[in-house]
Design a protein around this ligand. Structure first.
Ligand code: NAD
Length: 283
């Protein structure tokens, strides 16, 4: 069956970006969130991104309106009963994701593929909350979604080849590059990236350099487009902490121990750009 209609669950920074790129590729999209305020914020975010594309003359006004018309905001999970693919992008919590997948398993038609944008949680465990583990898969987009080309595609233990192929096709159709990886904590991207970010926060915690100096070293010295402390703010410090905890627990090795300073910022609610304040402050 061809995929025509997609529900994106979670209208935060990732979900709104995923909804946008799917709509731009011509899919009908439902953008669902548990918080009405975040649905509105997510829709505004999409519109803002499209306006920027019009200003840069990458799209005309008519194109912008067409894309916007393809995204329907929703506060009812029941609307998943009409979709061929769900892409879940809610908070990085196994309990929350398992609960959503169990409900989706009841609401969606049998053919519907259920994908998670988790950055690090085992797809196999999310799939086990459903009676269709062969149709559950990881689709790990990078932030910011409209800009970044990679989608890590994670096969759960039971994911079928047919489902893998369909998700590979959708990924290409939305202009992204699929890369296949197996289901282990942090997959490939965050297994490598997050310990580096955590180490950067340790160097700040131990007073080895200022945050600006740490970011400058990595930008000028390693040619990274953004320093690790700023990148942590952009990703969200809550997400960074969750990923480190999953690596720590998953491998049982203290080299993945989250930095206490990272914990402190999350406890303070200073979770990065999306909160207006992380290690840096934002308007
Ligand atoms: P976010 O905090 O910006 O958005 C999360 C959204 O989920 C919020 O709008 C919240 O209201 C909603 N939500 C929470 N519980 C819900 C529920 N039960 N039902 C429906 N909606 C619910 O977070 P984000 O940065 O967009 O991250 C979302 C997911 O994407 C996480 O799994 C994260 O690990 C993953 N991810 C994040 C990044 C990144 O750089 N931030 C990159 C790749 C993947």
């Amino acid at each position: 069956m061809k995929i025509r209609k997609i529900m994106v669950i979670g209208a935060g920074q990732m979900g709104s970006g995923i909804a946008q790129v799917c709509a731009q590729a011509g899919y009908d999209v439902i953008l669902y969130d548990i918080s009405e305020e975040n649905i509105e914020k997510g829709m505004r975010n999409i519109e803002k991104n499209l306006v920027r594309q019009v200003e840069k003359q990458r799209m005309n006004e008519e194109g912008k309106e067409e894309v916007l018309a393809k995204v329907t905001p929703s506060a009812a999970l029941q609307d998943a009963s009409s979709v061929d693919l769900v892409i879940e992008a809610v908070v990085e919590s196994m309990n929350v994701k398992r609960d959503i997948f169990a409900r989706l398993d009841e609401i969606t038609p049998d053919h519907t593929i259920l994908a998670s944008n988790t950055s690090s949680l085992p797809v196999t465990e999310i799939a086990a909350a459903t009676d269709r583990p062969e149709k559950v898969i990881g689709m790990h987009f990078m932030n910011p979604v409209p800009v970044m080309k990679l989608v890590e595609i994670i096969r759960g233990l039971a994911t079928s080849d047919e489902v893998y192929k369909k998700i590979e096709e959708v990924t290409k159709a939305i202009g992204k590059m699929p890369v296949e990886v197996n289901d282990f904590p942090g997959f490939v991207s965050n297994r490598i990236l997050m310990p580096m970010i955590n180490e950067a926060i340790y160097t700040l915690y131990e007073g080895i350099a200022t945050k600006e100096a740490i970011d400058e070293v990595m930008k000028l010295g390693m040619n990274h487009p953004m320093g690790p402390i700023q990148l942590a703010d952009f990703i969200g410090l809550d997400t960074c902490l969750s990923v480190m905890e999953i690596l720590h627990e998953g491998f049982g090795d203290d080299k993945y121990r989250p930095c206490p300073l990272l914990r402190k910022y999350v406890k303070a609610g200073w979770v990065g750009k999306k909160a207006g304040r992380g290690f840096y402050t934002y308007d």
